[in-house]
Design a protein around this ligand. Structure first.
Ligand SMILES: [Zn+2]
Length: 322
């Protein structure tokens, strides 16, 4: 019998869907994976989970490798350094600073935050903050160091206490959830906060989704409430966020197609990259700024700034220790 990873019971757990990987080459990391759902927790999860060894290898070496969705990391380090100013990160910043008095926060822990855009942006505005994180991705080590982060290798090594834990789009990549929240509880100061955002996965998510991978856990409002109750946390705010399921599925399809096209046209792709290296940087920046400005006038931009529309594809919230 398969037990739910939140309530630990098997009674209401049933097979839901076959697992779909985003990139065909990733298949060997997620061999035999199927998705099950616990009706009591309104929570879905992969079974069997990939081994720890496979997951560690995937997140350390594959996930953020060059020109791969969702990050499309390029060699341009200056470009990466400016990513903290993107719409998504600014929407996090507005939400957190509205609901939490950051002046009273000292130690921040970014759990699985990649380049650490969020806490870095917080520190730009609240200089008393000390930045810590846990990010095993080899592609992020340099930027995290340059931004002043202390990066822990393992969650079990974390021996500090924090006033705020931020974790955006990480909790859905885990193979277990209760052990992570137990640790959060242990390292959180009394009255400390957790800010999270994850994909919203009710039926609308499953209908017409292009892929699941590499996500392993699929939450809804109800499942987050169950986790909060189990770990003696209370919601300061819960919101549905980001663009609609329809747009989310559309963007996912586009990213998948772009990856395949680049792969098929390796020669053209290499030529493009070569051109980028010869053309003066200034011209590339000018072009990029023009493209960004065009996007700023598009309705798509609103996606990150309108919560609770009834069809948002993500959920976010701020939890506080009871
Ligand atoms: Zn359950």
């Amino acid at each position: 019998m398969i037990k739910c990873l939140i309530c630990n019971k098997d009674k209401k757990v049933e097979f839901l869907e076959e697992y779909i990987v985003e990139i065909k080459e990733d298949k060997n990391y997620f061999e035999g994976a199927k998705i099950y759902r616990c009706d009591d927790c309104d929570f879905s999860f992969v079974n069997p989970m990939p081994s720890e060894k496979k997951l560690n290898d995937f997140y350390k070496n594959v996930y953020r490798s060059e020109n791969r969705p969702p990050y499309w990391i390029t060699e341009d380090y200056d470009d990466r350094k400016k990513n903290y100013l993107n719409d998504r990160n600014l929407s996090y910043l507005l939400y957190i600073t509205t609901l939490i008095d950051i002046k009273k926060v000292e130690n921040v822990f970014d759990f699985g935050g990649g380049d650490g855009d969020l806490a870095y942006a917080l520190k730009k505005n609240f200089q008393q903050l000390n930045l810590f994180c846990l990010e095993s991705d080899s592609h992020c080590k340099k930027i995290l160091k340059d931004r002043g982060y202390t990066n822990f290798d393992n969650l079990s090594d974390v021996n500090k206490k924090f006033d705020l834990i931020v974790t955006t789009h990480s909790l859905e990549h885990l193979a277990d959830i209760n052990s992570i929240f137990s640790k959060f509880n242990e390292i959180l100061n009394p009255n400390g906060y957790i800010y999270f955002e994850v994909p919203n996965c009710p039926q609308e998510y499953w209908d017409g989704r292009p892929y699941d991978g590499p996500h392993l856990l699929f939450y809804t409002k109800k499942s987050m409430q169950k986790i909060a109750d189990l770990h003696e946390l209370k919601f300061i705010n819960f919101s549905f966020s980001s663009y609609s399921f329809t747009n989310d599925h559309k963007y996912q399809h586009e990213a998948q197609n772009l990856y395949e096209e680049n792969k098929e046209n390796q020669l053209l792709f290499k030529l493009k990259n070569l051109l980028k290296k010869i053309i003066p940087k200034k011209l590339i920046y000018l072009r990029r700024e023009y493209m960004e400005a065009k996007k700023n006038k598009d309705d798509v931009k609103m996606g990150w700034f309108v919560n609770n529309t009834g069809e948002n594809c993500y959920i976010r919230g701020i939890l506080q220790k009871k």
